[in-house]
Write a protein that binds this ligand. Structure first.
Ligand SMILES: *[C@@H]1O[C@H](CO)[C@@H](O)[C@H](O)[C@H]1NC(C)=O
Ligand SMILES: *[C@@H]1O[C@H](CO)[C@@H](O)[C@H](O)[C@H]1NC(C)=O
Ligand SMILES: *[C@@H]1O[C@H](CO)[C@@H](O)[C@H](O)[C@H]1NC(C)=O
Ligand SMILES: *[C@@H]1O[C@H](CO)[C@@H](O)[C@H](O)[C@H]1NC(C)=O
Ligand SMILES: *[C@@H]1O[C@H](CO)[C@@H](O)[C@H](O)[C@H]1NC(C)=O
Ligand SMILES: *[C@@H]1O[C@H](CO)[C@@H](O)[C@H](O)[C@H]1NC(C)=O
Length: 447
């Protein structure tokens, strides 16, 4: 009798456990299709176990609250509630182990993880960002310097909530951008310029989980979103007072999400390595992933996707020269920073990532000192391996497409980049098309 009951009990547990796993997989699938995984919100309406995972993490990394903008909230109450339920419900669960581990990590170091992905177009940076976003308790922002870079390129005025305004320029971009990155990682969003705060970007087709409430609030207050570029001069002159008011009303939502996180991650293709320094100085545990790729592949992607007017040869050439110059200067700057901040910068080639997707995903998580779980593994499998054409096949597309003129141009102007990052010149189209001929040196970086 005793025996059968136990056995029954065990198999029930097994069933529950399996259904939870299936649910996890289901969430991943669904959110994949939306291209907008909303793990935290999905969790909240699900089983006790899944509810507890993110809440526990939020609880363990409670940070100091901002006096000026954030009102006292219900987070503390919620987490107490969840914590109690947690104790009752899932003592032996696998998820508990994961969350305990993550709890250890955040509590051992006391402060949230700060992770920057510095990348280029078509290097798999969105994928890498999503991989980090999967970690429960991550506050993730996607291309947050997009607006600032636009303002700099067009010499437009930016204005801060305190009334200060600056005419941006390419020259100022590094300094202002670097401070902005630092402020964002610090959750000091009230020190970020109004245009950046007003311009909605990415919520339509990306997750932007942590920005949704803020943007929704802003949209309700004023229908200014999307018009910011055109009205930027007005913003600078202080004419757009309602916008500032809306931002000041809504910002606490964003700041709260940021402060409650146990990891703050950003991915940017619009950043120079030098701009990371203010943040590196501020956060001793900051990690930078410098993600790059064979310039032939990146530039051919631009051509295939009709981007940046590279159909004009003069534009293609200009972009080639600029891209490789930027890659070189970022790498040199990274070497300088690596000496000052050892172990905090990880150079990663896209080619290595697609060849060993799981292994590399694990090493990314190792690098940021966060446990890698089945959640991440599932994601990598789905995105990189279990497809008609796996990531390696897709990564090689350029070799079937690139023209001789383009190949020659890149190989001529990027030879230093090739040497620095372990890419091999192919010289002729027959070599490019013959995939048995390697285009890069295996495991060139050991960091
Ligand atoms: C959660 O927060 C409460 C209140 O700040 C604290 O008493 C409790 O120990 C925390 N729990 C964990 C698991 O960190
Ligand atoms: C968490 O830390 C404690 C001691 O600090 C250790 O005993 C325990 O094994 C750690 N748990 C995990 C899952 O790493
Ligand atoms: C206003 O805020 C910006 C950004 O934090 C800062 O650079 C500037 O010095 C501030 N101006 C004043 C007058 O405090
Ligand atoms: C992708 O598929 C090719 C064969 O089509 C195989 O050799 C390669 O190992 C696969 N790569 C991954 C990452 O699964
Ligand atoms: C990718 O898969 C499709 C079939 O789904 C096939 O037609 C195509 O040739 C494949 N691409 C490569 C580069 O192998
Ligand atoms: C591809 O390159 C390999 C190695 O150089 C060579 O043996 C092979 O004949 C080439 N294949 C074709 C179709 O040219």
């Amino acid at each position: 009798m005793e025996y059968t009951r136990t056995k029954n009990c065990v198999s029930k547990k097994k069933i529950i456990f399996t259904s939870i796993l299936t649910l996890f997989a289901f969430i991943i699938m669904v959110s994949q299709y939306n291209s907008a995984p909303r793990y935290l919100s999905s969790f909240n309406s699900m089983s006790t176990i899944t509810q507890n995972l993110p809440q526990l993490l939020l609880n363990s990394t409670k940070t100091k609250r901002r006096q000026s903008l954030t009102q006292p909230t219900d987070v503390a109450m919620n987490s107490k509630y969840f914590h109690e339920r947690h104790n009752n419900a899932v003592k032996q669960s696998h998820f508990l182990k994961i969350s305990r581990m993550q709890e250890n990590i955040s509590s051992n170091h006391g402060s949230p993880r700060i992770v920057l992905i510095l990348a280029y177009m078509h290097t798999g940076s969105s994928y890498t960002g999503q991989l980090l976003e999967l970690h429960p308790g991550t506050f993730y922002s996607y291309e947050p310097l997009r607006t600032l870079q636009h303002m700099a390129k067009n010499s437009l005025y930016i204005k801060y909530l305190n009334g200060t305004s600056i005419r941006m320029s390419e020259k100022l971009y590094n300094h202002v951008g670097g401070e902005t990155v630092k402020n964002m990682f610090s959750c000091n969003y009230d020190n970020v310029d109004v245009s950046t705060l007003a311009k909605k970007y990415g919520t339509e087709y990306l997750n932007m989980r942590d920005f949704k409430a803020y943007y929704q609030c802003l949209k309700l207050r004023r229908s200014v979103l999307g018009k910011t570029y055109r009205t930027s001069m007005k913003v600078a002159l202080g004419i757009n007072r309602p916008l500032n008011d809306a931002i000041e009303t809504c910002l606490p939502k964003l700041i709260k999400n940021c402060q409650n996180s146990n990891m703050r991650a950003m991915k940017m293709i619009r950043m120079h390595m030098a701009m990371a320094e203010p943040a590196l100085r501020t956060f001793p545990n900051m990690r930078i992933i410098h993600l790059l790729r064979d310039p032939r592949a990146m530039l051919d992607s631009n051509v295939r996707k009709h981007e940046l007017k590279v159909y004009k040869f003069s534009e293609f050439k200009k972009r080639t020269v600029n891209m490789c110059k930027k890659m070189l200067s970022n790498f040199q700057e990274a070497q300088r920073l690596k000496a000052l901040y050892p172990g905090q910068i990880f150079t990663l080639r896209y080619e290595d990532m697609v060849r060993e997707p799981i292994q590399i995903a694990k090493s990314i998580y190792d690098f940021i000192q966060v446990p890698f779980s089945s959640l991440q593994e599932e994601f990598v499998r789905k995105r990189s391996i279990d497809r008609t054409n796996n990531s390696t096949v897709r990564a090689n597309k350029w070799r079937h497409h690139i023209s001789y003129v383009h190949l020659h141009t890149v190989e001529k102007h990027c030879h230093r980049v090739f040497d620095m990052f372990g890419y091999l010149r192919l010289g002729s189209l027959p070599n490019v098309r013959n995939l048995t001929i390697s285009d890069n040196i295996l495991n060139f970086f050991s960091n």
